[in-house]
Design a protein around this ligand. Sequence first.
Ligand code: GDP
Length: 429
Amino acid sequence: MAASHGAGQPQNDGCRSLSLSGHVGVDSLPEQLVNKSIKQGFCFNILCIGETGIGKSTLIDSLFNTSFDDPVSTHFQPNVRLRAQTYELQESNVRLKLTIVSTVGFGDQIKKEESYQPIVDYIDAQFEAYLQEELKIKRSLHSYHDTRIHVCLYFISPTGHSLKSLDLLTMKSLDSKVNIIPIIGKADSVSKTELQKFKVKLMSELVSNGVQIYQFPTDDETVSEINAIMNGHLPFAVVGSTEEVKVENKMVKARQYPWGIVQVEDENHCDFVKLREMLICTNMEDLREQTHAQHYELYRRCRLEEMGFRDTGPENKPVSLQEAYEAKRHEFYIEMQRKEEEMRQVFVQRVKEKEAILKEAEQEIQAKFEHLKRLHQEERLKLEKNRRVLEDEMAMFIKKKAAAELLQTQALVSTPVNFKKDKDRKNFT
Ligand code: GDP
């Protein structure tokens, strides 16, 4: 079978479009893609943000019609902790690896940034893990467990007033990183008219504060109409329940009150069905795509630029990866040399300072030594003088003593013997 050349017209991109004169099987490509995707399975990651007790776990259980057995949290968490749990779900022959990440302790911190910063860090960490896998020489992206967050269900308290500053700050710091779908939790606690006003107020606050929330796409004509309508219903006001109640001989998910029953899946009661349709049936693939093509792309671009990679050089000339790498390496080398020189100078300066201090100390010790030496010398001279005086006195004394002894001897010699005898007798009696 030959392609007809007659229909070949040059196209804008330099490609000729040809029509086939018989069946070749190209039309089975979408089917091949579907089969491959089914075999591979899908992965979807939901982040639930909202204060403790706002109904996050109940809503997720209601959405997937199962019990995820999420442990109950308290209001006394010292900091926000992100708890990720992964489950394998199967419907018909389609397998879904679902990860639910909940923000334990959100809103219970005194400082607001302590509530949202761990969430920002968590989302970035998942992007970083994916980027690292992508940058590996031996990549295994097809078997890689992608943990990037595809959607953030942001639970707003049903106050009927306005957004809390923590909600605004959190959404503002996340809107460039994740698809945010704002929802009003426990919507059965606000009356119908109040709810409408509350929704309008919330949307105008989000717009005036420049918070970008996820918009259901309207470029695909098969879903554009329903998506456009649903964009007008945001934020969804939801009610969750794991309880089944009998209504008109049918068991339905509902919340039973003394005054009546709120049915989770009744669109007159709340937007639960709208949320489930939009999140799971209509836009799950778009949420996955947006995460990869928009949020991850932005993260990747910033990180690569941070690492020094550029697509174009100074004169807008394309730069190859190799050139960018070489340039960055050279930059690092220069920087390292500069730092080394700086450190050397600091070291020399320190040595000089230390030397000066030591010299000063040495001079001080020398001066002290000289002073002590002088004192010692003076003391020695003084002692020497005293010694000489004493020696003179001693010599004088010896001389005097000798003279006295001589005088005594002479006196004894010249005294008469009788006189001496009388004297001795007198002494005897
Ligand atoms: P989480 O801490 O945000 O996960 O909140 P839970 O899902 O554990 O719900 C906390 C309490 O709120 C439970 O007693 C739920 O039964 C109740 N609850 C959950 N969803 C709703 C709702 O839509 N409306 C009302 N009134 N209560 C709800």
